[in-house]
Design a protein around this ligand. Structure first.
Ligand code: NAD
Length: 501
């Protein structure tokens, strides 16, 4: 299927979005796959106003009925899993299994949200006053703005949208300018679901094509009650204060610098497999990619030998070929960033293997690389920085407290893991004095989260939580209600205010 057929199958009206502004290229060969019109800031503001109008109607629809729309969206995603997954592969360069896996994640969050639509519970709280009842109720919040990164071009939208829709909100999405076609496809599938649903208000879910100016319009608009922004820490630094300046809410999902600790008791075979998937999967372009390996000195030689063998066998190539494990980097900027980091690592005492460009003859306009293993003498400056490419820095440790210190002494706090069969180490890792990340795993790697848990991280990762658990609460406003069913008017804290009339 070529790109036009793929878009057609997914219901995208390519002609309606065509224009001179944005050239979309596939990282597979660097070839142009579309030419799109961008939205202006004025159009973005109009879309947000329309979404607010939709919100005013949608918030009145019972939550279980709102869930029905998400159920229909899930049906569309099931029916189009392979096509949408393939589009993700073509536009973002992921291997087919990961493209389809990303769509499966969308289906899973839809299922979760449908169940949630019947479980938006509040609390009843004991009142200190006689004849009173207190409770907590949850209400729709407003317009949810979504800014997303290129590397999860569809799942991040669905994590936000499935929850926002059942919570009674409207959504305006600005996808990455590197992956707008996948966004147009999601919107087309959403519109099919809307048609089957029947009576949803106009403007409930919209997509804005464009770069950071459109993201800034979302950040600045007073009607965007929550801005959920996924991308680099640099982006979060710009967006967070803008939203805060108007007292809006933001949910930030930013960069990671994820480590795996491998202890002497670890199952090294399992550890090597977990590290390989984490470090070279998606060509190192996941927020949860494994970027640091902290290995006990006694097992370092054995583990590194296994990793070198696994790296040598990881097939690099066109992500649409079934045997490929490592696809291309997104673009030349990513390649240059990787090479600069490797130069810096060498200058800081690192021993680099791999990292060179591959397949340049076959794909002169694309950026394939051999994943790099870099043995570092210490956690130097370059190791503390997120380079969005397949570089794994390896450091050795002598005692577990030292390993934890290394793990935590970076500015980011997204994902972390330990491979150990020592119960004390495993529990310590997950305790208050253990990993300081939002995700702390035992005997599995750092990447590949399930939707049932809350996803996100601490420190420069931004503190946001999306997806499962009680992350839905970010998409609603909470009201505390106190009801007096007595004939008296006692004040809280026993305060006497003047005489009784
Ligand atoms: P990026 O920061 O370059 O862009 C992300 C999005 O932000 C894009 O849509 C972009 O147009 C927009 N943007 C950029 N600057 C902006 C500004 N000043 N105002 C408003 N919008 C702006 O990131 P990327 O290269 O697309 O993605 C890679 C980064 O995203 C990595 O750092 C990765 O760790 C991070 N990421 C984090 C998570 C997470 O859940 N924590 C998930 C995926 C990716």
């Amino acid at each position: 299927m070529n790109i036009a057929e793929l878009l057609g199958a997914l219901g995208v009206d390519a002609a309606a979005s065509a224009g001179p502004d944005l050239t979309v290229r596939s990282p597979i060969d660097g070839g142009r796959i579309a030419q799109l019109r961008e939205h202006s800031a004025a159009q973005a503001n109009a879309a947000i106003d329309a979404a607010h109008g939709a919100f005013l109607a949608w918030r009145q629809v019972p939550a279980a009925r709102r869930g029905e729309l998400v159920r229909l969206l899930g049906d569309e995603l099931r029916a189009n899993k392979q096509a949408l997954g393939r589009l993700v592969s073509v536009e973002a360069g992921k291997i087919l299994a990961e493209g389809a896996g990303e769509v499966q994640e969308m289906i899973d969050i839809c299922d979760f949200a449908v169940g949630l639509s019947r479980q938006l519970y509040g609390l009843t709280i004991a009142s200190e006053r006689p004849g009173h009842r207190m409770m907590e109720t949850w209400h729709p919040l407003g317009v949810v703005g979504v800014i997303s990164a290129f590397n999860f071009p569809v799942a991040v939208w669905s994590w936000n949208t499935a929850l926002a829709i059942v919570c009674g909100d409207a959504v305006v999405w600005k996808p990455s300018e590197k992956t707008p076609l996948a966004a147009l496809a999601c919107q087309a599938l959403f519109e099919r679901a809307l048609k089957k649903f029947g009576d949803a208000p106009e403007g409930l879910s919209q997509v804005l094509i464009g770069g950071r100016e459109i993201g800034q319009a979302l950040a600045d608009h007073h009607r965007v009650a929550l801005l959920s922004a996924t991308g680099s820490t640099r982006m979060g630094r710009e967006v967070g204060p803008r939203v805060a300046a108007r007292f809006g809410r933001s949910l930030l999902e930013l960069g990671g610098n994820n480590a795996i600790i491998v202890a002497p008791s670890a199952d090294l075979d399992m550890a090597a497999r977990g590290i390989l998937f984490g470090a070279v999967g998606t060509a190192g372009q996941r927020c949860t990619s494994t970027r640091r390996l902290i290995v006990h000195r006694s097992v370092a030689g054995d583990l590194l030998a296994r990793l070198e063998k696994a790296y040598a066998g990881a097939r690099i190539g066109n992500p649409l070929d079934a045997e490929t494990l490592v696809g291309p980097l997104i673009d030349r900027v990513a390649f240059d960033g990787m090479q600069a980091a490797l130069r810096q690592a060498r200058a800081e005492g690192g021993k680099v293997s791999g990292g060179e460009r591959r397949l340049a003859g076959q794909y002169p306009e694309a950026w394939y690389v051999a994943p790099a293993l870099v043995e570092m003498p210490a956690q130097t400056e370059v190791v503390r920085h997120e380079t969005f490419a397949p570089i794994l820095y390896v450091m050795r440790y002598d005692d577990f407290a030292g390993a934890l210190r290394l793990q935590n002494e970076v500015p980011q706090g997204l994902s972390s893991a330990v491979f150990t069969n020592d119960l004390r180490e495993a529990e310590w890792f997950m305790s208050a004095s253990g990993s300081d990340c939002g995700i702390a795993n035992v005997n599995i790697g750092t990447s590949g989260a399930e939707i049932g848990g809350a996803f996100g991280g601490e420190k420069e990762t931004g503190g946001g939580r999306e997806s499962g658990s009680d992350a839905w609460k970010a998409y609603m406003r909470r009201a505390t209600n106190t009801v007096n069913y007595s004939r008296e008017l006692p004040l809280a804290q026993g305060i006497q205010f003047g005489g009784q009339p």
